[in-house]
Design a protein around this ligand. Structure first.
Ligand code: KG4
Ligand code: ZN
Length: 346
């Protein structure tokens, strides 16, 4: 296999079959040369988990298992290639839910063994960043990245495809988690982020929900305080039997959270003298965040990039793109000893 990795690096065209199963989306994609998506198949389990108000790990793994073989067949079919034409198999090995990740990892190992193709282990966060390479064909590092998902909130300096430095991160909840919890207290369906996004458009910014001041002069975030104040507000209003206007709660919460994300990102851009900021992760789909960050980045002579909506949330194309750049740098090589990692360093 060692020689095969060496050969891969020097191949002119690289076709990667990528697998993603870290949470509640089972996804398989075929990506050519890191930027051209030949197929991108996603089986979402949102409807299954909705009745529980969030992802149930055991149910997620079981459904990944049910879906993955068919998705693999479908991904090859839509890409119009045979299994022999694949150059490498890439898979998300962390971070994520252990049981969910294991389904993708084991399937990828099986394929790698059966087809005799090299296996590439991809960090999910690197995948989210790479989703921008698919959307913007000319985008290249260096740039700053605002990483906003259900599991991560951070500002990163991306100095090369494989060089990441954490400039700041959340000290408690990820921003997506805060969106989902606030949605839940408003009895909105899971996942809450898109629901808050829609509702906020109809509401007024007239309730004072603020983020903690303690981290004001840093590039770190804290969202647990604002999440709790929304929850307390709703409970108090219910106790007093007063009418809650969900649109106003959503709007007031979203305004504060997006202001905080944008303010710290702009500060990081100024500090690192970076003109480009690339957003990654599911919360990147948020319309208010997009509008504010685009505007503020422009004001300082910079530019904000957001992945195309379908690549904001979990997908396998982004894993195939990240794997391409790993291969070019001789990174990510894995074998049949690969296992899933629920938490993982940058
Ligand atoms: O990146 P992602 O698909 O999965 C993780 O790796 O975590 O992010 C999922 C998160 C969820 O918390 C979801 O509510 C949030 O992204 N999200 C949004 C929007 N669309 C998805 N949050 C705010 N506004 C949206 N439009
Ligand atoms: Zn994700």
């Amino acid at each position: 296999m060692l020689d095969e990795f060496k050969n891969l690096r020097s191949k002119q065209d690289l076709i990667i079959l990528a697998i993603e199963s870290s949470c509640d989306e089972t996804a398989v994609s075929v990506v050519k040369n890191g930027r051209e998506v030949l197929s991108n198949i996603i089986a979402s389990q949102i409807e299954i988990h909705r009745r529980f108000g969030g992802v149930v790990p055991e149910i997620a793994s079981r459904n990944h298992l049910l879906a993955i073989s068919n998705l693999y067949e479908e991904a090859l079919k839509q890409a119009g290639i045979s299994a022999e034409e694949i150059d490498a198999i890439a898979v998300t090995y962390g971070a994520g839910l252990m049981g969910a990740l294991l389904v993708g990892v084991n399937f990828a190992k099986g394929l790698s063994y059966a087809l005799g193709k090299p296996l590439i282990a991809v960090n999910h966060v690197h995948g989210h960043i790479a989703s921008n390479y698919i959307t913007y064909k000319d985008l290249k590092p260096p740039f700053l990245c605002l990483m906003v998902s259900g599991g991560h909130t951070a500002i990163l300096k991306v100095s090369d495809y494989h060089k990441f430095k954490m400039l700041g991160s959340t000290v408690d909840d990820a921003v997506g988690e805060a969106f989902d919890k606030v949605a839940r207290v408003l009895s909105l369906p899971y996942p809450g982020g898109p629901e808050i996004d829609k509702l906020a458009k109809l509401g007024k910014n007239n309730i004072k929900f603020t983020v903690s001041n303690a981290l004001k002069n840093t590039l770190n975030f804290s969202f647990s305080g604002i999440k709790t104040s929304v929850i307390n507000y709703v409970h108090k209003m219910e106790q007093k039997k007063e009418k809650i206007i969900p649109e106003d709660v959503a709007r007031s919460f979203e305004e504060s959270v997006t202001d905080e994300l944008v303010e710290k990102t702009i500060r990081a851009m100024k500090l690192s003298k970076s003109k480009k900021v690339v957003v990654a992760g599911g919360v990147g789909a948020n319309s208010m965040l997009q509008e504010k960050l685009r505007k503020k980045a422009k004001e300082i002579g910079g530019e904000a990039f957001f992945p195309e909506l379908k690549y904001c949330t979990d997908n396998a194309a982004m894993i195939g793109s990240a794997a391409y750049y790993y291969i070019k740098k001789g990174l990510g090589r894995a074998d049949l000893t690969l296992t899933a990692r629920p938490t993982i360093d940058l």
